[in-house]
Design a binder for this molecule. Structure first.
Ligand SMILES: [Zn+2]
Ligand SMILES: [Zn+2]
Length: 136
């Protein structure tokens, strides 16, 4: 895996310690976290971090296409460290967002005949395996 510092430099972003911590977190945790959950996760080990820094860093990374902001209609944005176009499955019980890396050929079958697909990003809802097996 290319180091986060090199990726930031390639996008002309100064790889400050805090930016690297945030970017690393998103690359390693494909859980589509919000600003707040990233902040809460990093705070114990990085007490100098502020919510504003997390927010500003995410905005900067998103502008460069290094993370993808996602709006699931929850009243806040989530951020995706996976930049290859893909679909999402959200659990309506616990809110977990799971990546679905479907093949474009599969999605193309849903289009009217003669159409062509350039990218696919579906939003699917249901219950995750954990919630499905939980007692009511
Ligand atoms: Zn669930
Ligand atoms: Zn995703």
């Amino acid at each position: 895996m290319i180091s986060s510092a090199v990726i930031l430099q390639n996008h002309h972003i100064r790889p400050s310690a805090q930016r690297l911590v945030i970017f690393d977190y998103l690359r390693e945790n494909k859980v589509h976290p919000s600003v707040d959950s990233i902040y809460q996760a990093l705070l114990p080990e990085h007490p100098g971090l502020s919510r504003t820094t997390v927010y500003n860093t995410l905005e900067l990374l998103a502008k460069c296409g290094l993370v993808v902001p996602l709006d699931f209609g929850e009243g806040y944005l989530r951020y995706d460290g996976e930049t290859i176009p893909h679909s999402h499955f959200q659990c309506e019980r616990c809110g977990a967002v799971i990546d679905i890396m479907e093949s474009p050929a599969e999605c193309e079958k849903m289009l009217p005949r003669g159409s062509s697909l350039s990218s696919a990003s579906l939003y699917l809802r249901g219950r995750c395996p954990k919630c499905n097996s939980a007692k009511p």
